[in-house]
Design a binder for this molecule. Sequence first.
Ligand SMILES: NC(=O)c1ccc[n+]([C@@H]2O[C@H](COP(=O)([O-])OP(=O)(O)OC[C@H]3O[C@@H](n4cnc5c(N)ncnc54)[C@H](O)[C@@H]3O)[C@@H](O)[C@H]2O)c1
Length: 258
Amino acid sequence: MAVFLNQVAFVTGAGSGIGRATAIAFAKAGAAVVVSDINDAGGRETVNQIEAAGGKAIYTSCNVADPYQIEAAIRKTVDTYGRLDIGVNNAGIGGKFGRLLDQTSQDFNQMMAVNVGGVFYGMQAQIRQMLAQSDESTATGGSIVNVSSIAGIRGMPMGAPYSAAKHAVLGLTKTAALEYVRQNIRVNAICPVYTHSGIVDQLINTAPNMEERMRRVIPMGRFGQPEEIAQAILWLCSTENAFCTGQALQLDGGLTAG
Ligand SMILES: NC(=O)c1ccc[n+]([C@@H]2O[C@H](COP(=O)([O-])OP(=O)(O)OC[C@H]3O[C@@H](n4cnc5c(N)ncnc54)[C@H](O)[C@@H]3O)[C@@H](O)[C@H]2O)c1
């Protein structure tokens, strides 16, 4: 198992689902964790769970669609723990379930603001800090994981804005990876299929038998667990994985193998 002793991890959308599981996994592996979200109760609960297990974490409220709030959250991270080693840009919304012509400009703009803006501003603030703290003694400049989706690789009927946003996340990931590769900042993405969380619960409730229909398309016949997604994020960030950057890791129970 990867060890993150003396490292500091910042996770957006860590008040539930994949973000919470990731924050908890980093803390278990020895990192000091900054849990951020717009859901203050959820974020504080994540910190409580980390502290109850003997880990180290703080909560900071942060709307990822606002670059000033992300800058402030990274400043709080550094004020509290002295540095930033890992950024996980996970916060996201599922958006409206509907065909292209049913999606409004507001639906589209909100999706772009949160699911693309959050990754763009998140990486800007994180990379700025990673570069500022880099010196000869720093073994790695840092590691960033952006949470895309299988919908970032394939089309998603009834979710055009979501699919467009998750494709954009991969463009941001690959470009940032190339731009900062010589500064030892690695940037990767993950592309999960349906995973038990708030977003999937919303989707399941859109039609009768929806859960069964969603399950059927996955060769493993089941959804992912947030803890499984978290472990992939830790692996991408681990120093043992130092040659991997600019990649989009598909966590899909075999879906895209066919
Ligand atoms: N669950 C899945 O099946 C699945 C599959 C592929 C990708 N994803 C992606 O995983 C990520 C995490 O989602 P999840 O599945 O854990 O769902 P979730 O709803 O449980 O978690 C999302 C978190 O993001 C937070 N959030 C929403 N808007 C925010 C904003 N503007 N600023 C800060 N935080 C905000 C929410 O409060 C929530 O805590 C998302 O980017 C999602 O698109 C999920």
